[in-house]
Design a protein around this ligand. Structure first.
Ligand code: BTN
Length: 358
């Protein structure tokens, strides 16, 4: 990982033409001209307004172009053309409506794992809502020690630092809270029928479009921080998935047959998650339970669950019928041994892909 600068809004790179450093002049110019795309701004006036000279304006334009922005120019004027399809801090911050989530932003082209970077920042005291996001991960971590395939430019790999004042035993529900927000964001931005596969996955028509890895740092009963890490398949084509994932995974692009605006989706998710997180912290999971039930892909399904765990009990592999999600976010499963309230487990549903409906 290459780290440059020491500001909240931080970017690092291993790729040329990436937003490799903070450039205040370029950012100020961008802020001004992007408000009126296509409008021709006289360079002289821009220079006056931004207290820059014309050569500084020219080098700011060069910086913006090196980040992938298209800037039109002619003799004496310039105009905003297009923003690049990149997870740049300038894009993620632009019109982000949250109060806290993503306001402290660490963007990278490539890291081993955003969860690892976020844990380091959290240990150094980074505040709640700090977001770490990368275009590519070389060692993306999934649940149960699995690898998370993280190709560049098509997905989003992000980790949020949370510091909830809750008991450690309540923290696993945060996966479900984030999954609700993501499924709702997908529905809002794309109108696709996103559903939840308790406790950590978001599906489209039975195929996985996102996975969540929540990591907890706690002393005794007190939570120091929680990292909610999310891997999103957004603009992946079939070729972006390894052969073995093609049947089980999908992307928003594959489902929609067109590309999605990654920034818009991430911003929508951050806004919804911030609201749901506040509800969860003030009133518990019960405040989100109806949403979880409405979005659940598992209700009334016969399931097999590997590593099914009840609080304080050894995990086991079980089979049964999913009947509910309770006020604490536990999955209630009717089995031959009675009704179990599960706090975690890896659920499989035979035929979920065929049966899934909006
Ligand atoms: C799963 O197994 O379904 C969970 C996958 C979580 C992957 C995300 S990508 C961003 C964050 N960083 C990681 O290393 N893992 C999570």
């Amino acid at each position: 990982m290459v780290r440059l600068g020491d500001r909240a809004k931080q970017t690092s790179t291993r790729r040329e033409l990436w937003q490799s450093q903070i450039d205040n002049k370029a950012e100020k110019l961008l802020d001004l001209i992007r408000r009126h795309p296509g409008q021709r701004f006289p360079k002289e006036k821009l220079a006056q307004k931004l207290s820059l000279d014309e050569s500084e304006i020219a080098s700011a334009v060069e910086v913006l172009e090196s980040w992938g922005y298209s800037i039109g120019s002619g003799s004496g004027w310039l105009s905003f053309g297009r923003a690049p399809d990149s997870l740049l801090s300038t894009e993620l911050s632009y019109k982000l409506k949250t109060k806290c989530f993503g306001q402290q932003l660490h963007t990278y082209y490539q890291v081993k794992s955003t969860n690892t970077v976020a844990s380091g920042l959290a240990n150094d005291g980074a505040p709640e809502g700090t977001l770490v996001i990368a275009e590519k991960q070389t060692r993306g971590r999934g649940r149960l020690g699995k690898h998370w395939h993280s190709p560049a430019g098509v997905g989003a790999y992000l980790s949020l630092i949370l510091r909830p004042k809750i008991k450690a035993s309540e923290a696993p529900a945060l996966s479900l809270v984030s999954a609700i927000a993501l499924a709702e964001a997908i529905r809002k931005v794309t109108d696709l029928p996103a559903t939840l596969k308790w406790p950590n996955d978001v599906l489209i028509k039975g195929r996985k479009v996102a996975g969540i890895l929540t990591e907890l740092n706690a002393d005794q009963e007190r939570v120091n921080y929680v990292i909610v890490g999310m891997g999103l398949n957004l603009n992946n084509t079939n070729d972006d998935f390894p052969e073995e994932l093609r049947g089980a995974a999908t992307s928003l692009r594959l489902a929609l047959r067109r590309k999605v605006d990654r920034i818009k989706l991430i911003q929508c998710f951050l806004t919804l998650f911030e609201g749901h997180y506040r509800r969860f912290c003030s009133g518990g999971f019960v405040r989100l339970r109806q949403r979880a039930l409405k979005l659940s892909a598992l209700l009334n399904q016969e399931v097999t669950i590997r590593g099914a765990a009840q609080a304080g009990k050894k995990s086991a592999n079980i089979q049964g019928l999913v009947v509910d999600i309770d006020d604490n976010g536990r999955l209630l499963v009717e089995t031959s041994r009675g009704r179990l309230a599960l706090i975690c487990g890896e659920v499989s549903v035979a035929g979920l892909q065929r049966r899934s409906k909006r």
